[in-house]
Design a protein around this ligand. Structure first.
Ligand SMILES: Cc1cc2nc3c(=O)[nH]c(=O)nc-3n(C[C@H](O)[C@H](O)[C@H](O)COP(=O)(O)OP(=O)(O)OC[C@H]3O[C@@H](n4cnc5c(N)ncnc54)[C@H](O)[C@@H]3O)c2cc1C
Length: 449
C-alpha cells in the first residue's frame, strides 16, 4: 500500500492500553501516531514507591519515543488532546506552550485513562494530592518527607503533632500501599535520623467508606491485610467519608449516624475515587456515546463506540460488563483493537473482546503482599514474591527492571530509601492533574472568550 493510502491510526494516551496497541500496530501496514500529554509511559502500580522514596521516577517510567523507536511506522508526539471532530476525523491537541495543532485519523483509539476524582469537591485537590501521575508522586514525596523535616524544627505540642499526622483516604490497593509505606518509612528508614522528633510516633490514619480494606479481594485476603496494617500501626476507620479537607486537617462523617469529627493533620493523600479525564468526557459528548457515572464510555463488544466503527475505547476508560480498571485489561484491550484493525484491512469480521482475568495483587509492607488469581489466594512472603515477580515482568525497559530489582534488594538489606530527594515547588501542578493551564492562562482565556 502506498504511504498515501495507508490508514492513519491515532492513539490518545501512552499508558498500558495505548502503548500495547501501538506496539502491535507497529507490525501492520498502517501509520500510527501516539499522542500523550506526558510523552512517557508511567508504570502506575509502582507510583507509591516513588512517592515514598524507594524508586526514582526514571525507574518507573520510560519515554514513549525510546520505547517505540524500532517501530518505523509509529510516531510519538507530546500534546494534550483537547477536541475531536468525528465528522472531519480530526483531533486538536495542545502543546505545553498552549499553542495547538491538528491530527487527522482514519481510526481513533481513546486510551486516555482516568484521573483522581474528588466527587465534585475539586477544592480538596489543593491540600490532598491524588496518585495518578509522576507529578502526583513527586508532590506526595515532597509533602511526606518535608512534614518530618518541619516537625523536627518545632517544639513538642499540637503543631508538631499535626505535621506528624498523615491521612490517607480510600482503602483500595493504592491507599493501603501508601499507608503501609508511610508507617514503614517512619519506623525503619527514618527511625534513627532525627534528634528532636521520634519518627515512629508518626500517626497514619486510613479512612474508607466501606467495611474493609481491599474490597475487590477475597475477604480472607483483606482480613490478612488489615492485620498487617494494624501491626504496622496504621489506624483504620471504616464506614466514614471525608467531607472536608483543609490546610490543617479533615472533617470525617460517619455514614451511619451522620456525626462528624475533625482530625488535625498537615498531610492528606487522596486515593478515594476515579473519573474520566476531561478530554474523554468531551469525546463522549461529541460522539453521542453513553457514559457511566464516572465517565467511562460505553462500548460495543469489539470495543468500538456505538455508531462509530472507526473509534475505539480501551483500558480504564472503556465501560463494558464491569471491565476492571487494571493494567491487564488495558493491555489486552490494546492488543484487541490492533487485531480489529488488522481484520478490517484483510476485510475479515472483527472478533468480540474477551477479557482474561489473570488476577490482581497489592503490596502491604516489606514481606507482605496479597495476590489473587482465580482460586489461588496468596498472602505473606509468598504473596510478596509473587507480587514482585509480576511487577518486574510488566515494568517497561530492561534497564528499569534490573535497576528496580537492585534497589529493592538494597532496600530489603538496609532500611534506607535511595530516592528521598524532593524539590521545593516547581514540580508542575498536581492540583490540576490533566491540564498544563496555569491560573494566569485560564484567567486570560476566560476573559478572551
Ligand atoms: C497508584 C496506582 C496503582 C495501581 N496498581 C495497579 C496494580 O497493582 N495492578 C494493576 O493491574 N493495575 C494497577 N493500577 C491500575 C492501572 O495502572 C490502570 O488500570 C492502567 O494504567 C490503565 O491503563 P490505561 O492505558 O487505560 O490508562 P493510563 O495508564 O492511565 O494511561 C493514560 C495515558 O493517557 C495520557 N493522557 C490523558 N489525557 C490525555 C489527553 N487529553 N491527551 C493526551 N494524552 C492524555 C496520560 O498521560 C497517560 O499516559 C494502578 C493504578 C494506580 C493509579
Amino acid at each position: 500500500m502506498s504511504d498515501e493510502q495507508r490508514p492513519k491510526v491515532l492513539i490518545i494516551g501512552g499508558g498500558f492500553g495505548g502503548l500495547f496497541c501501538a506496539r502491535r500496530l507497529g507490525r501492520l501496514d498502517v501509520d500510527v501516531t501516539l499522542l500523550d500529554r506526558a510523552a512517557c509511559h508511567v508504570f502506575q502500580p509502582l507510583l507509591y514507591q516513588c512517592a515514598t522514596g524507594t524508586l526514582s521516577i526514571g525507574q518507573i517510567s520510560r519515554p514513549l519515543r525510546e520505547e517505540l523507536m524500532h517501530h518505523r511506522n509509529v510516531q510519538t508526539l507530546l500534546g494534550e488532546a483537547i477536541k475531536v471532530d468525528p465528522d472531519a476525523r480530526v483531533v486538536t491537541a495542545r502543546r505545553p506552550d498552549e499553542s495547538k495543532f491538528d491530527l487527522h485519523y482514519d481510526y481513533l483509539v481513546l486510551a486516555a485513562g482516568m484521573r483522581q476524582s474528588y466527587f465534585g469537591n475539586e477544592e480538596f485537590a489543593a491540600w490532598a494530592p491524588g496518585m495518578k501521575t509522576l507529578d502526583d508522586a513527586l508532590s506526595i514525596r515532597r509533602r511526606v518527607f518535608a512534614a518530618f523535616e518541619i516537625a523536627e524544627t518545632l517544639p513538642p505540642g499540637p503543631e508538631r503533632d499535626q505535621w506528624l499526622t498523615f491521612i490517607v483516604t480510600g482503602g483500595g490497593p493504592t491507599g493501603v500501599e501508601l499507608a503501609g509505606q508511610i508507617r514503614e518509612l517512619a519506623t525503619r528508614s527514618l527511625a534513627n535520623e532525627f534528634h528532636s522528633i521520634e519518627p515512629e510516633e508518626a500517626r497514619v490514619l486510613l479512612f474508607d467508606g466501606g467495611d474493609r480494606v481491599l474490597k475487590t479481594f477475597a475477604p480472607a485476603l483483606s482480613e490478612r491485610a488489615t492485620r498487617v496494617l494494624d501491626d504496622l500501626g496504621v489506624e483504620m476507620h471504616f464506614g466514614v467519608h471525608v467531607s472536608d479537607v483543609r490546610r490543617d486537617g479533615v472533617t470525617v462523617k460517619t455514614k451511619g449516624d451522620g456525626s462528624s469529627k475533625d482530625y488535625p493533620a498537615r498531610t492528606v493523600l487522596w486515593t478515594a475515587g476515579v473519573e474520566a479525564v476531561p478530554f474523554a468526557r468531551h469525546a463522549a459528548e461529541v460522539l453521542g456515546a453513553d457514559t457511566d457515572r464516572s465517565g467511562r464510555i460505553t462500548v460495543n463488544a469489539d470495543l468500538s463506540v456505538p455508531g462509530h466503527r472507526d473509534t475505539f475505547v480501551i483500558g480504564d476508560l472503556a465501560g463494558r460488563d464491569g471491565l476492571p480498571g487494571v493494567a491487564e485489561n488495558a493491555m489486552q484491550g490494546g492488543w484487541h483493537v490492533a487485531a480489529c484493525i488488522r481484520r478490517d484491512l484483510a476485510q475479515r469480521r472483527r472478533k468480540d473482546f474477551r477479557y482474561r482475568d489473570l488476577g490482581s495483587a497489592a503490596y502491604i509492607s516489606r514481606g507482605h503482599a496479597v495476590l489473587q488469581a482465580g482460586p489461588v489466594k496468596l498472602s505473606g512472603a509468598v504473596g510478596w514474591l509473587g507480587w514482585g515477580f509480576i511487577h518486574i515482568a510488566f515494568l517497561t525497559g530492561v534497564r528499569n527492571r534490573f535497576s528496580t530489582v537492585g534497589t529493592w534488594m538494597a532496600t530489603i538489606a538496609r532500611a534506607n530509601r535511595s530516592d528521598r530527594s524532593f524539590i521545593l515547588g516547581g514540580s508542575g501542578h498536581p492540583e490540576e492533574p490533566y491540564t498544563w493551564e496555569s491560573p494566569v492562562h485560564q484567567g486570560s482565556r476566560a476573559s478572551d472568550s
